[in-house]
Ligand binder design. Structure first.
Ligand SMILES: [Zn+2]
Length: 304
């Protein structure tokens, strides 16, 4: 592989926002076995004892090591509204105590109708920056029959808050958590909610490549992509290639921590071939804009 001689000189811009991470309360981490029995998707992901669950304290340590100034933390796509509520309360508290280092996305069951819409209103009242990571397979939700999601979508649109969705590659290797939220289903979902700001995780299951088709691009104009879990899915030249197709204003740096370590993943993204002219947008500015995050005040590289 050709190496650009200047690439090792690339340094992160003033600050880095990791737009896709997951944390759990100490109660869920210590009671892991109970939740395996309650939710099939949790069982699929976390039966393996090596699949790590991280807390707010864990991610704050990771961020310091990695040089990440702010992380957007998500919970888990529970089917049960009560579990969503409890997780949302934990994220709200973690963010409140983080001095700006943590922003968060609320979770609701997409098919939960009026009750889920009320929970969406509640999380925005508590300071959530959006909803996510919603997961069609985990939450038994058909992206092509999205009428049930209308009430929640309306709350997000009224609050000008985005929805972040898990996306699945239609081809390639199988892995726990991959699911079936493939590009054609996501395109159907996006068409149903054209005014909603939607962030597609994991490069949208490959949807950026179909943006070379003009009608697909037109449908996806309110869609943003995050690069979470890239290491497991793509060669790293997906960064310059996909960013070249969709535009540097539509790609967010996100690790999927603790699936990936923030420090190593950030280093690899910095060496992926993205030019220094687009790094500030991808590493922080886009996340700040899309999730309407408060400004970051940095003092010698630390939050003040
Ligand atoms: Zn995901």
């Amino acid at each position: 592989m050709a190496v650009d001689p200047g690439v090792s000189q690339i340094r992160p811009p003033t600050f880095v926002v990791d737009a896709h991470t997951h944390i759990f309360s100490p109660e869920i981490i210590s009671g892991r076995g109970t939740f395996l029995a309650r939710e099939p998707w949790f069982e699929q992901l976390y039966t393996n004892p090596n699949a790590r669950l991280a807390s707010a304290a864990d991610i704050l340590v990771s961020m310091t090591t990695a040089g990440v100034s702010r992380s957007i933390v998500c919970g888990f796509p529970w089917r049960d509204l009560g579990l969503c509520r409890a997780h949302n309360d934990y994220l709200a508290e973690a963010a409140r105590e983080s001095n700006g280092a943590l922003a968060w996305l609320g979770i609701v069951p997409p098919r939960g109708g009026a009750e889920a819409a009320r929970e969406a209103e509640r999380v925005f009242g508590l300071g959530a920056s959006g909803l996510g990571e919603l997961n069609a397979d985990a939450q038994d939700f058909d992206l092509t029959e999205a009428e049930d999601f209308g009430a929640v979508a309306e709350v997000c649109r009224a609050a000008s808050r985005p929805v972040m969705l898990h996306a699945s590659e239609p081809v390639g290797h199988a892995y726990p958590g991959k699911g079936t939220a493939t590009p054609e289903k996501i395109l159907s979902f996006v068409s149903r909610f054209p005014d909603l700001s939607i962030v597609l995780a994991h490069w949208g299951g490959g949807l950026p490549f179909f943006e070379l088709m003009p009608e697909v691009r037109a449908t996806l104009q309110n869609v943003i992509y995050d690069c979470s879990a890239s290491t497991y899915l793509y060669r790293f030249d997906i960064f310059p290639i996909a960013t070249g197709i969709v535009g540097a204003d539509r790609v967010l740096f996100g690790s999927d921590y603790p699936v990936l370590g923030q420090a190593r993943f950030l280093r690899r993204v910095l060496h992926s071939g993205l030019g220094p002219e687009v790094l500030p947008a991808v590493l922080s500015e886009n996340a700040q804009r899309v999730y309407r995050l408060p400004p970051l005040h940095l003092e010698e590289g630390h939050l003040s």
